[in-house]
Unconditional design. Structure first.
Lengths: 337, 322
């Protein structure tokens, strides 16, 4: 039965249900329970935003706090995945990939291919990304394009509570390494989520709004920005079709091509920096595979090529907003035949 | 190491300013006017000040996410810091960095840091530059107990040792990394025990005791300046507030902070020592408290009405412009 829960609760529920189903699933990370070795409460944190809170009470030592040693514990999760466990490791902020990236992209990502198809590495790295909390340059980035670049990694960017639960369950059951990217501004977002466990397949984009004039291909938090823009544009008589990629690797090229075939116009919306991001990737793919369907040039709406600024005035300017999307959609309408 | 009256006054003024700064931020944060994450240094003042009292502008320090105290101790402008924390254009980093990234390179303050363990490698570089350029400067990384477990810290200890760099690693062990106890996270008894594995001195001091920190840091810094290589100094101390503002701190024991404030407060200990020895009198110390309050009052008042950065500032300073 579906009821309304937050994105954060959906993630917690997916973890709990998979831990219940399969005792090889373990959760590890800094303060994922919290209070270890102190005089006060155990499970005091559940991570800095309380996402994993309560799991320790149910699953005890299968919820493991770690020292601040990402290279070691993310690597340990990878190693454990090759040796019979299904670890879900929390890399608190995606920005911290810098201190443990080798274990992810040279180790986990490579095993299957490099060992001639013999290895399976069913590890999930849950990580928080995105701007909006005034957390400044080292705690706000959208680094999923970096992971998407690496063959061997699967990269997931849920936009809703429903997708968060279903995609996380799929991530845990999947036998490849998965980078599960949670947008920090979405944790309090509410939505309908079934109580029972369910897995959503990777590589299947979601058409979240239908329309015949312009396609907006996007992901993560930007799905909601696209919706806001589409709502306003509809008032002006422009109907947008919004495609939420849901996973950037594997990528659902077919759905993207189909929507472009339908509308003939494309805006790609991505919160990441403009170079080598999902917007450039999608734009290039469409040019190559659906050029003849395009009635005019594609527009990309992205954050600027700067680190994420701290000041609220600057961060608000930095994050792509509905106004920028509306402008791009109108420009695409005008420049097309 | 004998301190002059003026030096004692400076030490107290700096510690007091940090305390007022942090206590005030605690109050202001609760009003919702301050954006982002704020980690307060209140309770730990004797460490930053005891170390930085030995330094001048040619010396460099790298700080942590809990950086306000190190900034003030290294001479950063209090108005500029406050404006930065409020996200103002005339902040020390033009409003682009915020609390976690305050820096003032002219003062040798290489930056607070959002990445735990970000500082130690950087000070190896600063130490290398000082050595190569013959400035006589030293480089110091402040590292938390949690940060002491980061691979970058271990690698830096080794590098500083094999390159014989003028570096000091100050581990500020406040008992917690977020909600996790350092008694659990550090496998040996003291983080300082690790120093021997890197062939450098490792000393533990009471980080609430300004004089203990001052003396131990003085020895390490002298050794580094004279070419004797790196050292590790572990200051055992406590933080008075949560990991960040908004932390409910249920992992702490009942009345833990209250007891610490009553028994191990670095400012109270300093007052007792200097007045007991007849070096300074209470009136002088109280006057400094009032000055510090006024300084912080002024900084907050100015920050609140200071202009914010605008669209014209968004794209600047990604690269050097020519
Ligand atoms: C590489 C990295 N991992 C994790 C974090 C999140 N984090 C910020 S502060 C902190 C705890 C640091 O503890 P400690 O080093 O003891 O410093 P303290 O907060 O006690 O001053 C953690 C885990 C981070 N900022 N960077
Ligand atoms: Mg600590």
């Amino acid at each position: 039965m579906a009821r309304t829960v937050t994105y954060q609760q959906a993630i917690n529920e997916a973890l709990a249900q998979e831990m219940e189903r399969d005792e090889t699933v373990v959760v590890m990370g800094e303060d994922v329970a919290g209070g270890l070795g102190t005089d006060g409460e155990r499970d005091a944190w559940g991570g800095p935003l309380g996402i994993t809170k309560g799991l320790y009470g149910k699953y005890g030592d299968r919820v493991m706090d770690t020292p601040i040693s990402e290279s070691a514990f993310i690597g340990a999760a990878v190693g454990a995945a090759t040796a019979g466990l299904r670890p879900v490791a929390e890399l608190m902020f995606i920005d911290f990939m810098g201190v443990c990236f080798d274990q992810i992209f040279n180790q986990a990502a490579k095993f299957r291919y490099m060992f001639g198809g013999k290895a399976e590495t069913p590890v999930v790295i849950r990580t928080m990304y995105g701007a909006g909390l005034r957390a400044a340059a080292q705690h706000s980035q959208c680094l999923y394009p970096v992971f998407t670049h690496i063959p061997g990694l699967k990269v997931v960017t849920p936009a809703t509570p429903y997708d968060a639960k279903g995609l996380l369950i799929q991530a845990i059951r999947d036998n490849d390494p998965v980078i599960f990217c949670e947008h920090k501004a979405l944790y309090t977002l509410e939505g309908d989520v079934p109580e029972e466990p369910y897995a959503l397949p990777f590589g299947e984009a979601n058409i979240v709004r239908e329309g015949d004039d312009v396609s907006i291909v996007t992901l993560g938090r930007m799905v909601h920005v696209a919706n806001e823009a589409a709502e306003a544009l509809s008032g002006d008589g422009i109907e947008c079709e919004i495609v939420d990629l849901r996973t950037t690797s594997p990528l659902d090229e077919d759905t993207v091509i189909e929507t472009v075939e339908n509308t003939g116009r494309l805006v790609v919306l991505d919160e990441a920096h403009p170079r080598c991001n999902m917007a450039t990737d999608i734009a290039a793919m469409v040019c190559e595979k659906a050029f003849d369907s395009l009635k005019g040039p594609i527009k990309q709406v992205t954050a600027p090529h700067t680190p994420v600024p701290f000041a609220d005035t600057l961060e608000d300017l930095y994050i792509p907003d509905a106004a920028a999307v509306q402008k791009a959609v109108k420009a695409v309408m005008e420049s097309s035949k | 190491m004998q301190l002059s009256k003026d030096e004692l006054l400076t030490a107290y003024r700096t510690m007091r300013t940090i305390r007022e700064f942090e206590e005030r931020l605690h109050i202001e944060f609760a009003t919702g006017e301050i954006p982002g994450f704020v980690h307060l240094y209140a309770g730990e003042e004797a460490s930053g000040v005891g170390v930085c009292m030995h330094l001048d502008d040619r010396d460099r320090i790298a700080s942590t996410h809990r950086g306000h105290g190190h900034c003030i101790a290294k001479g950063c402008d209090v108005d500029g810091m406050m404006a930065e924390i409020y996200g103002r254009k005339d902040g020390l980093c033009a409003g682009k960095g915020g609390s976690m990234h305050i820096a003032d390179l002219d003062k040798g303050m290489m930056g607070a840091n959002g990445i735990v363990g970000g500082g130690p490698p950087l000070i190896c570089g600063a130490g290398l530059a000082a050595k190569q350029l013959g400035t006589g400067g030293v480089a110091i990384a402040f590292v938390g107990d949690g940060g002491s477990n980061q691979g970058t810290t271990f690698e830096s200890l080794n590098l500083a040792s094999v390159w014989n760099l003028p570096c000091i690693f100050v581990i500020e062990n406040n008992g917690y990394a977020e909600s996790t106890s350092s008694k659990w996270s550090i496998a040996c008894d003291d983080a300082a025990d690790r120093a021997s594995g890197f062939n450098m001195p490792g000393v533990v001091v009471d980080g609430h005791d300004f004089f203990a920190v001052y003396e131990a840091a003085g020895e390490a810094i002298k050794r580094a300046r004279e070419g004797g290589g790196p050292s590790l100094l572990e200051c055992k101390l406590n933080r008075y507030y949560g990991h960040f503002e908004g932390d409910a701190q249920t992992y702490r024991g009942p009345d833990e902070v209250k007891k610490l404030r009553e028994s191990r407060d670095c400012l109270a200990m300093f007052r007792e020592k200097v007045t007991g020895a007849g070096l300074l009198d209470l009136a002088q110390l109280d006057a400094i408290k009032s000055e510090a309050e006024a300084l912080v009052d002024g900084a907050v008042a100015k920050a609140k009405v200071a202009p914010t950065p605008t669209a014209a500032d968004l794209l600047t300073d990604v690269y050097v412009s020519y």
